[in-house]
Each structure stands twice: as structure tokens, then as C-alpha cells.
Write a protein that binds this ligand. Structure first.
Ligand code: PEP
Ligand code: MN
Length: 342
């Protein structure tokens, strides 16, 4: 930590803070500038109490961390790309994958039609929500366990592993048995208890970025997963809330580049929840591939008009091959391997 004093702080205050830093287990190194005095506190912030407390002193201007809040997630800790397998489909490490399926599971017929269309289009991994985090309690909340059973049945029939969202701890045991990859949705990115629980499920986790979390907070959430025993983490950017209303969420592609640079984890993008509208999904998906995404997760429904949630952003599954024909060449141009070409 770097502790910055306000200009012309008296020497006795500097010595007082220096003593507190020593008492907290760090080694203080005082650096006296013309106006500002700075103390570099040397020591592992994981081992000692936080020095953030020093902010309470009126003569302290700032307390700046020099160590990253996330460690096991960082490339400094693990230089090689981590490759996560979702039921055999490799995510990360130079591979590129498209995960697709309806926003929510509505019926066996809906999921079977979607899976058949998507498989024909070259999609290897299905998505679909059995438990849905809806903004209004009056909206369709998902089929719950019945939805999970449908996902499992369709996944087995079409040999397509699936990703589905975990909403609460009471569903964790069931999901850990059935899902190939468990999604933590944007609303739960900072639900630390849920992160601890999902980390011990023994399944890969797709961690969406919260709609108001910074990249550091998102990567710290990934750190929770790794610290609590889940090494197979896929980060997923899905747009953040800004002042801009023309898309549902503002797709932060800068965060994709930063996450790729800062971490060894695969980075996926969900262009559907960023776009909010069908015609914007393809350009945002293409931009995601160009920004270096290892995977995209896209909503697609056999009949979007009748969809129980997110109708406006879902690609008709019968047209998904057209979407793939734009994405696949771009992924290849980015020197990514796709499972059919491996
Ligand atoms: C979803 O993927 O169905 C979903 C609700 O996404 P998010 O958590 O990103 O809003
Ligand atoms: Mn949705």
C-alpha cells in the first residue's frame, strides 16, 4: 500500500502513522517529497489487516493499493491460458466456441427444436434458463426443476452439453448433478456466499459480469471461485449499465481485452443481453470475436415472438446457420480453432 499525506503534514503525524503501520505488521518506508510525504508499506496485504483504515485520519490524502485484489485469477500467477471443458468442448487456449439456446426453457418441444436447429448450425453447447432472475415478480420465473429435466433430456438426445443459471443455494445440489456448466448471472456476480457454494459444486462456472461491477470487482468474484476450489472459471462480459439507452446494456469490449491481458481465464461475451434487440446481436457478436473473446453465448429461440422472456433479442433458431456463417470465418481470421476444424 502507498499512503499519501496531505501537503505539508507535520512530521509528528508522519511518525505516528509510521508506527501504526509497523504495529499492523508492515514495514514502513518514508519517502519525503517537496510537498507530499508518502509511506510505502511493505508486506503482504493478504496476511495483515488492511491499511484502508488509515483513510480515517484527516491528514491522509489517499491510500493506494499496489497489489492486485485478485491473485490466483491473474496472469502473473499463471501465465498460460486456462482451458475449461464444458462436456468436452474446450473453451479458451486458442479455441473458439458458440454457446446458444433460448433465454428460458419453456417446453420439451421448444428445447428439442432449438437443439436440432442449433446443432445443424454447428453449435456444440446449449444454453437455457430453468430458474430465471426476472426484474418483476409477475414475469415468468422459469420452469425450475422441470426445466432442468428438459435440459438434461435434450442434452442427452442431441449430445450437446448445457449451461444453465444457478439462482440460489437451494438449487445448487440439483444443478451440480445435472448441468455441464453453471452460470452465475449478472445479478449474482457479487453474491459471495453463492460464489462459495457454486465453487464447491465440481462443475465449470460461467461468471457473468455484474451490470454495475468494475473489472476489478468482476475478477475478484472469479478469485472467490478459485479460492473456494473451482479452477474452471469462464468470465463473461454481458454489458454494463451506463447513461446510454440505445442498447439494453453497454457492451464493454475494453473489459474483454483487459480480462484477457490480466487473467489466464477464458473470456466469453454475451452479445444478446448487451444488444437487447435482434438486429444488434450480430454486430456486437462480431465485435466480441474481434476483441479476442474465446466464446460467445447467444440467445436463440425457435419462435422468438412467443418467447416467455427476452423475445426481442433472440435469434430464430432456424436462422442460426446464417449467424454462424458470419461468425465462424471471423473467428478463424482471429486464428482461433473451432471444434469441427480441430
Ligand atoms: C441470462 O443469461 O439468461 C441472463 C439472465 O443473463 P444476465 O445475468 O447477464 O442478465
Ligand atoms: Mn435472457
Amino acid at each position: 500500500m502507498i499512503i499519501v499525506f496531505k501537503p505539508n503534514s507535520p512530521e509528528e503525524k508522519v511518525l505516528e502513522i509510521s508506527k501504526i503501520i509497523t504495529d499492523l505488521g508492515y514495514e514502513p518506508r518514508i519517502i519525503r517529497g517537496v510537498e507530499h510525504t508518502v509511506i510505502a508499506a511493505v508486506g503482504d496485504e493478504q496476511m495483515h489487516r488492511s491499511l484502508d483504515i488509515l483513510r480515517m485520519f484527516p491528514f491522509i490524502e489517499n491510500v493506494i493499493p499496489v497489489q492486485k485484489r485478485y491473485k490466483l485469477t491473474s496472469r502473473e500467477y499463471h501465465a498460460e491460458d486456462t482451458v475449461v471443458s464444458i462436456g468436452g468442448e474446450k473453451i479458451g487456449g486458442g479455441n473458439f466456441s458458440v454457446i446458444a439456446g433460448p433465454c428460458c426453457v419453456e417446453s420439451l418441444e421448444q428445447m428439442r427444436t432449438a437443439a436440432a436447429d442449433l446443432k445443424k448450425a454447428g453449435v456444440k453447447v446449449l444454453r437455457g434458463g430453468a430458474y430465471k432472475p426476472r426484474t418483476s415478480p409477475y414475469d415468468f420465473q422459469g420452469l425450475g426443476e422441470e426445466g432442468l429435466e428438459i435440459l438434461k433430456q435434450v442434452s442427452t438426445e442431441f449430445s450437446m452439453p448445457f449451461v444453465t443459471e444457478l439462482l440460489g443455494v437451494s438449487h445448487a445440489a440439483k444443478l451440480s448433478k445435472m448441468a455441464d456448466c453453471i452460470q452465475i448471472g449478472a445479478r449474482n456476480c457479487q453474491n459471495y456466499h453463492l460464489l462459495e457454494v457454486v465453487a464447491s459444486c465440481g462443475k465449470p462456472v460461467l461468471l457473468k459480469r455484474g451490470m454495475a461491477t468494475t473489472v476489478e470487482e468482476w475478477l475478484s468474484a472469479a478469485e472467490y471461485l478459485i479460492v473456494h476450489g473451482c479452477r474452471d472459471v469462464i468470465l463473461c462480459e454481458r454489458g454494463i449499465r451506463t447513461f446510454e439507452p440505445s442498447t439494453r446494456n453497454t457492451l464493454d469490449l475494453g473489459a474483454v481485452a483487459v480480462a484477457k491481458r490480466e487473467t489466464h481465464l477464458p473470456v466469453a461475451v454475451d452479445p444478446s443481453h448487451a444488444a437487447g434487440k435482434l438486429d444488434l446481436v450480430l454486430p456486437l457478436a462480431m465485435a466480441s470475436v474481434a476483441a479476442g473473446a474465446d466464446a460467445i453465448i447467444v440467445e436463440s429461440h425457435p419462435n422468438p415472438v412467443s418467447a416467455a422472456s427476452d423475445a426481442a433479442q433472440q435469434i430464430p433458431s432456424a436462422k442460426f446457420a446464417d449467424f454462424m456463417s458470419e461468425i465462424v470465418p471471423l473467428a478463424k481470421l482471429m486464428k482461433k480453432k473451432l471444434s469441427e476444424t480441430k
